[in-house]
Design a protein. Structure first.
Length: 196
């Protein structure tokens, strides 16, 4: 990343942090672009240069990470079993630093109370799922249904681990919790629905 890109990234992060702080203080709906610009110490035109609206500011870290699942999957050895590669992908996505985990919790708390960004989040997650499905299809040799199921299950495991961290007093790290879910799904007592 060049100097210009690094500077742009810092500006984006500053604006996002300002939005998040204002949303925590006053509520997402009450925060204005003008307040965000003032808190970030940038011009309003700078905010609009980087973001179309408040939703885009709040969701910026998620938007910037679109494609991360597919990239991590593709980085695994080509000859590795697809399910094993997906397991390592889940672990890598969930294996966050304490600072990153705190940032995700802060964002999730705001998304729980902001219907507009939460609805947009579903679109972002759908793009993520499709990109991962395409990456799986490149390697699996399986039909579209298998690839789609593998992609959906992968994202579901990550979501469950995130929900667990947010809503439980259990201090199991998300990556470890994701590993537990994977082991359960592959075990003899798997809760996957069946029809005998």
């Amino acid at each position: 990343m060049g100097l210009r890109e690094k500077k742009a990234q810092r500006v984006r992060e500053t604006i996002h942090h300002a939005m998040l702080t204002l949303a925590e203080r006053d509520g997402y709906e009450a925060a204005t672009i003008e307040q965000v610009a003032e808190r970030a110490e940038v011009a309003i035109s700078t905010v609009y240069r980087y973001f179309a609206n408040k939703d885009a500011i709040l969701l910026d870290p998620v938007e910037r990470d679109v494609g991360a699942y597919a990239a991590l999957f593709r980085a695994r050895p080509a000859g590795e079993d697809v399910a094993v590669s997906l397991g390592w992908t889940v672990h890598a996505i969930l294996d966050r630093t304490p600072e990153r985990r705190a940032a995700v919790r802060r964002l999730r708390a705001q998304l729980d109370h902001a219907p507009g960004p939460r609805a947009r989040l579903w679109d972002i997650l759908h793009r993520e799922q499709v990109l991962l499905e395409d990456a799986i299809a490149e390697r699996s040799g399986r039909d579209q249904l298998w690839n789609a199921a593998a992609s959906h299950l992968t994202l579901m495991i990550v979501r469950m681990a995130g929900d667990h961290e947010r809503g439980s007093l259990d201090d199991t790290a998300p990556a470890d919790y994701g590993d537990r879910i994977i082991a359960m799904l592959r075990g003899p007592d798997s809760p996957l629905p069946v029809r005998d």
